[in-house]
Design a protein around this ligand. Structure first.
Ligand code: F6P
Length: 484
């Protein structure tokens, strides 16, 4: 199969360049090795006079990177608007933060349709499309509408909330019906898949048979593919990166003091305020930990033009400065707070330097920082991961210290426990988690999804099971158009 992978954000090959978010970092090595074509936004915009989508094409290992200039008139409504001010908050169960207009929805659909047209140039014999994430929920339907018959899969990197939350998204029904143009929809966890299927049964009143949705558009399989990392490669990188100048400077500056690390996009789903409150409480109630452990919090600015993000940036900065003001000393800063991104190589070294990794989102699809923190540890003297039970990663990394990020006391206690954990227990937990990471690598994730996508179209032509309704069309180009 000639695979075309589509995502809003793409990564360039240089591992020293800062990368925003887990998706781009995760896809880079698999595209490089598989020979796939990876299509995404160039970050540049085109005006309406330009009818043809323009792509800048370069090679990426054995694969290809094609970057499309998206239409300027619709980009704001699509990215800051519908994708990140309606879908993102809802998918993270924050429907109170939904702020969108009709125009935003129109722009979202326009950009999905524009991307579909741009993809036609890559639609050759034996092509399969794999669409990534919530920016392109309707891309499969748009591809069908312009005649694409190829297998089309979709993977959601975020959580999928309960059907009641999804109902708060304007046009939710139309959008989720459009998703049924996909042959295969992948989720990070069983809970996400179950929530999606519950919506389909309850709101669309469709039949679901063995996780296959039977709809007027055909059959759509919903399945779980937890995304992974290349743990051994990351471990090698971490071992090498301890000599990187940024990492060496950090080590020297610690003067024997211990370090906890948090690395997040500045996003309300990441639980940054709760985390800082937990450290505040820990230093207040356990004064012996002042001066002996500090927090390095990297919070990469993200989606800054959206009000909720601007507000959060101010709130976190204010809280960090308050905590530093109260607990700091002339020669000790409790929280080193950085608003910039780092390349993967430097991050690997920073993770290895820290005795505790704090990954405490309020909600997260997977969270690859949790996996990378574990992979980066020195096997002879590993650090401890404190992980939110609301991150998808908690399903596999159950040997981490799991916390409820809403319970500030509990988090403060757990971070203190992590700091005093004996070596034998740290090693036991680390080894158990490394074994899980090796068993669910990014290569495996990729191969599992593509294998299932291939099978899903074959399934579509198989006779229906005896107890399913018979008057259902098999998938055909254009069938999804009826659902708009
Ligand atoms: O899964 C969520 C995601 O698509 C990841 O790539 C990353 O965590 C984030 O969103 C990237 O967001 P943006 O491209 O808006 O910076």
């Amino acid at each position: 199969m000639n695979l075309v992978v589509v995502s809003n954000r793409v990564a360039r090959a240089n591992s020293n360049e800062p990368m925003t978010g887990g998706l781009a970092a995760a896809l880079l090595p698999v595209v490089e090795n598989s020979g796939a074509i990876w299509v995404g936004s160039s970050g540049r915009l085109r005006d309406g006079a330009q009818k043809e989508p323009f792509a800048e094409i370069e090679s990426l290992g054995a694969g290809t990177l094609a970057m499309i200039d998206l239409p300027a008139a619709h980009y704001g409504g699509y990215y800051e608007g519908f994708a990140n001010s309606a879908l993102w908050p809802a998918l993270h169960s924050r429907s109170d933060l939904i702020r969108v207009t009709q125009g935003d929805y129109r722009s979202y659909r326009e950009v999905n349709a524009f991307m579909a047209r741009a993809l036609l140039r890559f639609n050759k014999f034996d092509t399969g499309f794999w669409v990534q994430d919530y920016h392109f929920l309707a891309l499969g339907a748009e591809l069908r509408e312009i005649g694409v018959k190829a297998p089309i899969g979709f993977f959601l990197h975020t959580p999928w909330p309960s059907h009641g939350v999804m109902e708060a998204v304007p046009h939710h029904r139309e959008l989720i019906e459009a998703m049924l143009a996909y042959d295969l929809i992948g989720f990070q966890t069983d809970g996400d898949r179950d929530n999606f299927l519950c919506y389909v049964r309850t709101n669309l009143e469709l039949t679901v048979h063995d996780d296959v949705v039977i709809s007027p558009a055909g059959r759509t399989r919903a399945a779980v593919f937890p995304i992974g990392i290349d743990a051994d490669k990351f471990a090698q990188q971490a071992a090498k990166s301890v000599t990187h100048p940024d990492v060496s400077r950090l080590r020297r500056s610690l003067n024997g003091e211990r370090l906890a690390i948090g690395v997040d996009r500045l996003d309300y789903s990441k639980g940054l305020l709760n985390r800082v409150h937990a450290f505040d409480q820990m230093w207040t109630e356990r004064p012996h930990l002042a001066r002996t452990v500090s927090l390095l919090q990297i919070a990469t600015p993200s989606r800054g033009t959206i009000e909720a993000y601007g507000q959060l940036q101010n709130e976190v900065a204010r809280l960090v400065s308050d905590v530093n003001g109260r607990h700091g000393e002339v020669d000790w800063t409790p929280i080193r707070y950085l608003n910039k991104g780092f390349g993967q190589a430097v991050l690997a070294g920073l993770y290895r330097t820290a005795q505790v990794g704090v990954v405490t989102p309020l909600h997260d699809g997977m969270n690859l920082v949790a996996k990378e923190y574990i992979a980066a540890q020195n096997p002879a003297d590993p650090g401890v991961l404190v992980l939110s039970k609301f991150a998808g990663a908690a399903n596999e990394l159950d040997a981490a210290l799991l916390v409820n990020p809403h319970d500030i006391d509990g988090m403060a206690r757990t971070i203190a426990t992590a700091l005093s954990m004996p070596l034998t227990e740290r090693r036991m937990r680390y080894e158990a988690m490394m074994q899980k990471l090796r068993g669910h690598s990014i290569q495996q994730w990729f191969a599992d999804f593509i294998g299932a996508l291939r099978r899903s179209q074959a399934d579509g032509t198989a006779p229906l099971a005896p107890d399913t309704p018979t008057l259902l069309p098999l998938r055909s180009a254009g069938s999804a158009a009826r659902l708009h």
